[in-house]
Design a protein around this ligand. Structure first.
Ligand code: HOZ
Length: 431
């Protein structure tokens, strides 16, 4: 058993002063029946906790660490930027460079506004869609998570799903009434909402590949059907690429599945690990954002120089080296095959989903294609498995309803060790 005594004592102190002892619920390890490990430092594919334990990391700060932790070029960019000042609340050349970089990689993004998190990006995007259409309702999908703004905490995935609070108290009824929910991978469920609320729906927002109920890929043509439905009905098509952007392909899910969103929301990865988000899309729509137009949205720290410096370096590296994506695919596929051979060899009641370097092993035999099938997973068995893996030095997201992420820093040895740990852990927990 790994010694995590210092983490435990820090957690005892934390719960007295921080709600639940953490600053974001998914970090609490609550659903896996233990207290969290406190991380001290990270490099490449590894994390070290305050007790000195080393872990192979598949959380990657929930996605953005696609190059691994503390990449030297990103660290240097942040250090250099910091010397010149950490925040100005004024226009900078870096923001322009970042906007041009994003637009050069994602052609659907004709104009872009930087914000500080994915939540800010999505909540601003729906305000913009409402301003643009003059309508109030939005469609989201059960089990998708778009941050914690009121409109999205309806049948929400991620921590809300993990903790069994998909519909959070505190969200005014007037706001939840304007959020309609459809079934992921079921375009017909969208059609009936559109039929029931003609000319009332401002936007449809979707995780193109869901990461927040575990990894769930779209069925063939699902995304293009949604695109067509939105175009036919004057609905703003918002593709939330906070997890998938620059991850499952350089140009994100919109490149991989050949769809053109009206608005794209971005986060995490464009800050290279610093707090960043962005929303961007058609010029006609983005021109409504203040001060170009009347839709108000603002932020002192938006386009922060440290975050821009880190993000620009990250995007430059990703853009200049396409072999990163072939390596990610090769390594993720090798890990998937390793898990598959364990599942088949021992006839385990598990299934896997993977899109590029995002993946989840579900504790169910049924195909996981939406919220209901994800919910069918055996979370108690997952909790046992999680703990076994942690004790073997493998750091997974502490929830069945989160995706795992491969980075370019993961080594062949990391993958071998993960497969070996998984076989032992699964045999101890599943049968
Ligand atoms: N929802 C994200 C993970 N699926 C971000 C992590 C968090 O909520 O802290």
């Amino acid at each position: 058993m790994t010694n995590t005594s210092r983490s435990e004592s820090l957690f005892q102190r934390s719960v007295k002063i921080i709600p639940g002892g953490v600053n974001s619920p998914v970090r609490a390890f609550k659903s896996v029946g233990r207290s969290p490990v406190f991380i001290q430092r990270a490099r490449g594919s590894k994390l070290w906790d305050v007790d000195g334990n080393e872990y192979i990391d598949y959380v990657g700060s929930w996605g953005p660490m696609i190059l691994g932790h503390a990449h030297p070029r990103i660290v240097e960019a942040v250090q250099k930027a910091a010397i010149d000042g950490t925040s100005f609340g004024a226009a900078t050349e870096r923001e322009l460079e970042m906007a041009e970089l994003i637009a050069s990689i994602m052609p659907s993004v004709e104009m872009v506004r930087m914000v500080n998190s994915g939540t800010e990006a999505t909540m601003s995007a729906i305000r913009l869609a409402r301003a643009f259409t003059g309508r109030e309702k939005i469609i989201k999908f059960e089990g998708c998570y778009h941050g914690h703004a009121d409109s999205f905490l309806i049948k929400a995935g991620s921590g809300a799903m993990t903790l069994g609070i998909p519909d959070s108290p505190g969200v005014p009824r007037s706001i939840s009434a304007d959020t309609l929910t459809a079934r992921y991978n079921d375009a017909k469920s969208v059609t009936s909402l559109i039929d029931n609320y003609p000319n009332e729906i401002a936007a449809l927002i979707i995780e193109p590949v869901v990461g927040n109920m575990g990894c769930v890929p779209p069925k063939p043509n699902f995304l293009s059907e949604l695109r067509a439905l939105c175009s036919q009905n004057g609905i703003v098509f918002i593709v939330d690429e906070v997890m998938t952007g620059f991850r499952i392909a350089l140009g994100g899910a919109q490149q991989l599945y050949n769809i053109t969103p009206d608005i794209t929301t971005l986060g995490k990865i464009i800050g290279g690990g610093l707090p960043v988000g962005a929303y961007g899309g058609k010029k006609e729509i983005m021109s409504m954002v203040a001060p170009a137009g009347p839709m108000y949205q603002a932020g002192t720290l938006s386009g922060n120089p440290l975050a821009m410096a880190a993000g620009i370096e990250m995007l430059k590296i990703l853009k200049s080296d396409p072999s990163i994506y072939s390596r990610l695919e090769e390594k993720s596929s090798r890990l998937e095959k390793g898990f598959q051979s364990i599942i088949e060899k021992h006839n385990l009641p598990l299934m896997q989903n993977r899109v590029g370097s995002m993946f989840t092993v579900f504790f169910t035999k049924r195909n996981v294609i939406d919220y209901d099938t994800a919910k069918a997973a055996d979370v108690k068995k997952f909790a046992l498995y999680f703990n076994e893996m942690l004790n073997r030095g493998i750091y997974l997201a502490p929830s069945q309803f989160e995706a795992a992420f491969m980075s370019d820093a993961h080594t062949d040895d990391d993958i071998e060790r993960t497969i070996e740990a998984a076989e032992h852990s699964l045999l101890k927990t599943v049968q």
